[in-house]
Design a protein. Structure first.
Length: 243
């Protein structure tokens, strides 16, 4: 699908990868609606020509309100980017974390996106051609010891994306998984390894989506994905640092 002249909703569009997606897609003459919580970032985006929806994906009532607003004002929705995400880093086996921390990570990264997707399928169904792009993570294949809940949430979204693609196979809605490499955003600010700039990532991802790829990966992740599929024990050894 050519990503120009389309009506697009991007969750987590106020910063990082989502903000970069929003900017590049606006430049390609799309109508871009950004969903996020941060009112000041939404207001600034509005001044630049974006439509905005304030919504906390951890709150079901706010998701329902956002969907109502889309049903009323944004009926020609064609593309949904489920991109919002949070990551908490701690040692699950040694720290006692407040239950709401686990709940929140699952709610924002999984439950909220599932509810939003389900409620928006009827709207997307009215488009001639529609697209759902779910941002997952390589950690959904290779869990990170200090990010177990995040990794599990991304594994859930990988599985959901795969299943949704089959469930919608005879419909007008295509389903894409987008697996970014480590990218320079607020989420990775504490990480020291090499990071891809978000503008470069998005510049490489958009053409892949337009070409109709169902799994969009950039750089090393492509190799690791195949390695994990063909030789899971070798992938495990590399990732766990065991010889
Ligand atoms: N950066 C990486 O290396 C990397 C790698 C693989 C996958 N990813 C995935 O890529 C996606 C974007 O991440 P990023 O790196 O761009 O992170 P980011 O810069 O921290 O942005 C996260 C976005 O999610 C939104 N968000 C967070 N909590 C929310 C909530 N409760 N309700 C609604 N929106 C919420 C934030 O908006 P507000 O603050 O306005 O709510 C923000 O726009 C995530 O799904 C992440 O898991 C990132």
């Amino acid at each position: 699908m050519k990503l120009s002249g389309k009506t697009i909703l991007i969750t987590g569009g106020t910063s990082g990868i989502g903000w970069e997606l929003a900017q590049q897609l606006l430049k390609k003459d799309n109508r871009v609606n950004i969903l996020g919580r941060d009112q000041s970032k939404l207001a600034a985006a509005k001044k630049l020509g974006f439509l905005t929806i304030q919504c906390d994906l951890a709150k079901v009532q706010e998701i329902e309100n956002a969907v109502l607003s889309i049903q009323n004002n944004f009926t020609d929705l064609e593309v949904l980017f489920n991109n919002a995400g949070i990551q908490f880093n701690y040692d699950f086996t040694n720290s006692v974390v407040a239950l709401d921390k686990i709940e929140k990570e699952i709610m924002v990264n999984v439950t909220g996106q599932l509810i939003l997707t389900q409620l928006l399928i009827p709207v997307l169904s009215t488009a001639k051609q529609a697209l759902i792009v779910n941002t997952t993570s390589a950690l959904g294949m290779f869990p990170k010891p200090d990010g177990l809940i995040y990794s599990a949430s991304k594994a859930a979204m990988r599985n959901f994306t795969f299943g949704l693609r089959y469930a919608l196979k005879n419909r007008n809605i295509k389903v894409v998984e987008f697996i970014p490499p480590v990218t320079a955003t607020g989420m990775t600010a504490q990480r020291t390894e090499e990071k891809m700039p978000a503008d470069r990532l998005v510049g490489l991802a958009i053409p892949q989506i337009e070409k109709g790829k169902v799994i969009v990966t950039i750089g090393k992740i492509q190799i690791f994905r195949w390695l994990a599929f063909l030789f899971p024990s070798i992938a495990h050894r590399i990732l766990s640092g065991n010889k």
